[in-house]
Design a protein. Structure first.
Length: 286
């Protein structure tokens, strides 16, 4: 006997075979068959209700989100539109004030410049010129006297001074420059590198262990020696080497040796602001 195929319609076929004469099937079988039928019937009555609810909720969310974005964007645009004119007006006002101020300063400078330029050039005496040249050379090793300078006449102050030589305070600034120079360099030597007299003078000063150490410029090995040598001869009245203590010309090496033997050189150096044996004691402490 062949077995019947089993599918979704198997219960109905089995029922028709087993109960052909209208005999009712057991209650359990009828109950199991009725449950899927009822579920299918209910689903047929409301097939899209869950989907409609989800779609409706999503639509409401999108509408709310769009409304919020539109309101926020409109508020920000209105605030920016309100701020931009204020900022632009403030910038224009500041620019106008700056322009007025610059034009006023320009008018004042134009008014003052002719009277300032009409002031006479600063004239240096011999001591001031010697201090100005010494300050210029001692400030930077690369500073040189221009070859266009005539050593026989007074040098142009603008070449060696770092301030306006036509200003009303020029004379006062020269005085300050002189005081600062000799306080920083109380012992100053214009020397000749290959001169025996210069080597002797250096040895005398070296034995005093001065603090601060002497400032020594070897004129004969400089590129401006042809200008500087006759200029120093005019300003100091003596040949190289030249010893300056507190800005005062001491003279030759022979005169310096004589002052040293009489203890006068040490006194002059101390009064100028240098300390004898200061470098020696500092060296021993180390």
């Amino acid at each position: 006997m062949d077995l019947p195929r089993v599918n979704s319609r198997t219960p109905l076929q089995i029922a028709s075979v087993m109960f052909p004469l209208g005999i009712s099937e057991p209650k359990a079988a009828s109950t199991m068959t009725a449950k899927p039928v009822v579920a299918g019937f209910l689903a047929a009555l409301h097939p899209r209700k869950p989907k409609q609810r989800s779609t409706f909720a999503a639509l409401i969310f999108l509408v709310c989100l769009t409304t919020y974005i539109f309101i926020a964007h409109s508020t920000s645009l209105s605030s920016i539109a309100m701020r931009q004119p204020q900022t632009s007006a403030a910038d224009q006002l500041a620019h106008a004030l700056e322009t007025i101020q610059k034009s006023r300063l320009g008018d004042e400078n134009a008014t003052l410049r002719p009277s300032h330029e009409s002031r006479p050039q600063l004239q240096l005496d011999t001591q001031e010129e010697l201090a100005a040249v010494s300050s210029f050379l001692a400030s930077l090793p690369q500073n040189v006297i221009p070859p266009s300078v005539d050593p026989k006449v007074s040098i142009d102050p603008q070449l060696v001074l770092d301030f306006d030589t036509r200003s009303p305070r020029a004379k006062e600034e020269v005085r300050v420059m002189v005081d600062e120079l000799w306080s920083r360099h109380p012992v100053f030597v214009y020397s000749k590198y290959f001169s025996p007299a210069a080597r002797e003078l250096k040895a005398i000063l070296n034995d005093l262990y001065l603090k601060p150490a002497p400032t020594i410029i070897d004129v004969d090995v400089r590129e401006d020696s042809d200008i500087l040598t006759p200029m120093l001869a005019r300003l100091t009245g003596t040949d190289l080497p030249v010893l300056l203590i507190g800005g005062k010309v001491i003279g030759s090496t022979k005169e310096a040796r004589a002052l040293l033997e009489r203890k006068e050189l040490q006194k002059m150096i101390t009064e100028a602001g240098a300390q004898i044996d200061g470098a020696k004691r500092k060296k021993h402490r180390k």
